[in-house]
Design a protein around this ligand. Structure first.
Ligand SMILES: [Zn+2]
Ligand SMILES: [Zn+2]
Length: 258
């Protein structure tokens, strides 16, 4: 499998996964022009995409869907029923959907896909586990806390894209309205650094080789805090075999092969 995260954060999210000839996107959180530009910068053509998977119906994950569907009407849009209905209502994209059930594995080309329910304040949010050639990619961002589902899926990962959204003290000190602070730190909000670290330490996934931290808040977190917290945790676990990297909002990440 090959992974390129095209961008990660509250300003827009999308990533590209390739297994053999199968190229899929997870989320379309950028304009079509920006999505195409970022894919092209990674050496891929948006015309080669075989499917798009949606995690949930917040605009930073689906705002590019209408133009994408207009330009590429034959590319299936995968989501569970609740997410598809809400995105359809928001975007006017009423056809092209392929509906799956959370927790029931299916195949798209060379990828085996399992969507799993995650705690977040959207209609029916999911994370994904993609499997091909003996490797697994975990995608889990936008979750207020770590559920048993998340723990079980993360434990299988060879490569993981995990949310490290905020530092609780920086969130508290920020000038955000109290209602927004409560939303972010709630059980269906976004994952704090310490909760993401606890997931890593608590599961210590035996096959994990690459850990990519994303959806990092620009106001309520800092890359140095994230890096230090996870480096310390990996040192404590004795896992020098795990490569750590922080994802950015404004530019695609590196190419990862696993
Ligand atoms: Zn988001
Ligand atoms: Zn969200």
């Amino acid at each position: 499998m090959r992974l390129r995260v095209l961008g990660s954060g509250s300003g827009g999210n999308s990533l590209a996964v390739r297994a053999g000839d199968t190229l899929v996107l997870v989320d379309l959180g950028f304009s079509h022009r920006e999505e195409s530009r970022r894919l092209a910068a990674c050496g891929a053509d948006i015309g080669d995409v075989s499917a798009v998977f949606f995690t949930h119906d917040h605009s930073d994950h689906c705002k590019g869907v209408a133009t994408f569907h207009n330009r590429h009407p034959s590319v299936p849009l995968f989501a569970n029923g609740g997410t598809a209905d809400t995105i359809a209502a928001l975007s006017g994209v009423n056809d092209g959907w392929t509906i799956f059930e959370n927790g029931e594995p299916f195949k798209v080309g060379e990828l085996a896909v399992t969507a799993f329910s995650i705690p977040h304040d959207a209609t029916d949010p999911v994370g994904y586990l993609f499997e091909a050639g003996g490797s697994s990619l975990f995608v889990g961002t936008d979750m207020g806390c770590v559920s048993a589902n998340v723990r079980e899926m993360f434990a299988h990962a060879t490569c993981a894209v995990l949310e490290a959204n905020h530092d609780p003290i920086l969130l508290e000190q920020s000038d955000r309205p109290i209602s927004l602070k409560q939303r972010i730190r709630g059980r269906t909000g976004h994952l704090a650094n310490e909760d993401a670290v606890e997931l890593l330490v608590g599961t210590n996934p035996p096959c994990l080789k690459t850990l990519l931290l994303g959806h990092i808040s620009q106001q309520c977190n800092s890359p140095s805090l994230v890096r230090r917290a996870f480096s310390d945790a990996l040192a404590e676990l004795g896992r020098s075999d795990i490569r750590l990297s922080l994802l950015e909002q404004d530019a695609p990440g590196d190419l990862y092969e696993f």
